[in-house]
Design a protein. Structure first.
Length: 64
């Protein structure tokens, strides 16, 4: 069903939210806590990647 006005759209949305709550779904769950380990893991990976790339470049200038 296509809503013809903003009021009809809001009424349709309210009906959907009511039905979801009646069925046991939470349309607006609480926010999850921040997990800083993902930032640390990505940062560590990037540091290792950069060190690897720099060491490959510097190894070209070394004569053994």
């Amino acid at each position: 069903m296509v809503a013809q006005s903003l009021e009809e759209e809001l009424a349709e949305l309210a009906a959907l939210v009511d039905e979801a709550e009646r069925l046991g779904f939470d349309p607006w769950p609480p926010e999850k806590p921040d997990r800083p380990w993902a930032k640390w893991a990505l940062g560590s990976f990037m540091i290792i990647l950069m060190l690897s790339a720099v060491s490959k470049v510097l190894f070209r200038f070394v004569t053994i």
